[in-house]
Design a protein around this ligand. Sequence first.
Ligand code: GLN
Length: 385
Amino acid sequence: MPKYPNTISSKLPKVGTTIFTVMSALANEHKAINLSQGFPNFEVNPKLVSLIHQKMKEGLNQYAPMQGVPQLREVLCQKMEKLYRVKYHPDKEVNITSGGTQAIYSALTAVVRENDEVIVIEPAYDCYVPAIELNGGIPIYVQLKAPNHTIDWNEVKKVITSKTKVIMINTPHNPMGSVMTANDMQELEKIVSGTNILIISDEVYEHIIFDGQKHESVCKYPRLAERSFIIYSFGKTYHATGWKMGYCFAPENLMAEFRKVHQFIVFTCNTPIQHALADYIKGCDDYNELAAFYQNKRDFFLKQIKGSRFKYVPASGSYFQLLDYSHITKEKDTDYAIRLTKENGVASIPTSVFYHKPLDNKLLRFCFAKTDDVLKKAAEKLCEI
Ligand code: GLN
């Protein structure tokens, strides 16, 4: 194609292709075991698959309501009440989305104006900052503190200004696998009380939390819930990341603004899947089994790499395990992740890319949402190093 005079100036000059796309492609190219991009290699429950099929055959193939199928919104509100003892209105306070990423984009777009500041805790999942910047917002960074990747709330307090519009949080955390505690939530509550600051809480790994810890949702804290968009993902809970299905809870006034944006980004989401999920979730709370299921995976993977030269602190949540390779090489994490894929046949994600100024902690992120045979093979390769 001939190029039209090259007058376009990028709205995202520093952004390239996401690390997940890059590392998955590299893994495929070199036939490496792909523990980079986070997605399970196990099957979706066949009951759920046949429900979708059934809904398609029933003719539920046209646009769903913009807010989402009512039966699904209803069961999700029931789930929130059951899990967190909080009441959301199914018509006014929840919306089905095309995955967590679209929900985050819509929430930010609904509230962030030119020059608004958005506090981002780093390392941060890669879709946050571009969405802030495309809306003219300014990301203000606060870094998680070593060794346990905790938030220093005094630092958060220090960066708040009259321009602070949103604080973004993420628990369980991707990529660090850390979780926020009740104390964190109380600190956040103190900080935002008496301000107009909003919260976007990315809780897509809500069910994947280990060692007897409980997920602390912002919805459990009334002074946080009243100002929060909370983002969830069916993909993570039902081993179906490719469906790109998620949802967002928020109080009515925030949800009204969210919907104004949502309707012009995707209008609505996949109809038969929504109906199938509504039926499936109604009769079954198998999401309660995810924590134990993934804890076994984590422990299996860690047991297999015990003799290796990697160091680790077991992940507290999410399906990601960090491995510290500082005993092995001084290479940059981005270089080592590539070499590990090409030479050792295991793909991972370098964590420095989740900082605005790459911070190389010599930590690689490995996804353990894989069958035991895959984890075993990957671990064998890691142990050879
Ligand atoms: N959430 C997935 C991860 O963290 C990646 C999703 C994507 O590829 N954008 O690996």
